[in-house]
Design a protein around this ligand. Sequence first.
Ligand code: GLA
Length: 333
Amino acid sequence: MIEAWAPGRVNLIGDHTDYTGGLVLPMAIDLGTAVRGERGGDVVQLTSVDQAGAAVVGLEVDDPSAASPPWARYVAGVVAEMQPVAGFVGEVTSTLPLGGGLSSSASLEVAVALALGAPGDDPLALAQLCQRAEQRSSGVPCGIMDQLASAAGVEGHALLIDCATLAIEPVPIPHDVEVVVIHSGQQRELAGSAYAERRASCEAAEATVGPLRQIHDIGALDAIDDEEIRRRARHVVTENVRVRAAADALRAGDLSELGRLMVASHASLRDDFEVSTPVLDALVARLISTPGVFGARLTGAGFGGCVVAVTSPASLPDGWHVSAAGGAAVTGR
Ligand code: GLA
């Protein structure tokens, strides 16, 4: 019996920065996806405890995005990228809210890849394989953050990832802090097309001013004529600065400063990058006016999904109280 487990992730700060080689500060969480079963045969056949239908994927997949039911696309994407020599028959269980911004799809991809025999000792290669799988399955030109956080998580730590060099620096999370994830109740319907549009805007900005990750002074963005593209770029440049400052604040145990940076990040995602929604804004406003909450912001792609809050212990009764988990792993043979 093979048992593969891959965590979801919550991003503390640094959204819409990964695909321009910027900085992110996610952590793998103690909610995730398990895949259990046996290798063999010539199809990958998975049932799901949480979702309807079975994924039945032949080893030679042409177009993973055509697989059904919808969750089978991610399984097909991994099979298409890995081209395993043998199939697999088993079951998927998830403790993550599906499609909610905690990387349920990345966690499924990483768990399936490990179950099918991808080497677990190279988290970066595993994450890159699964990033390609996600892009092929969903058609969304996602960055590396979700798959890398799932593959390379470190218990008790957030991960400061430089998405240009792909260097990972674990940053300890103080013991007297809680990370709480709250679902807005809003599904992320338009996330795919709007995500691609935002990424294209960043590329347009870079065509004028060069790599955004190398810009530290927003004055340099004045060379961009288009007002909307300039705002998109300003989010990325200021967010990179906030991520580094947030990692320093976390290390120093300065939770008020971390919270301030999270709130500034939300404002930038709302006003400059325009990926928030009134529902997310109202939730963040409610949370940051709650005693004991240091900061809160939307987490992940936006357009609905989840908000993350950093709080003193027992300040928020609602939501998932997550802790920083180790990365994906597989047992058995
Ligand atoms: C999605 C993508 C990530 C990242 C975030 C936004 O989760 O999969 O690569 O771009 O959005 O930070």
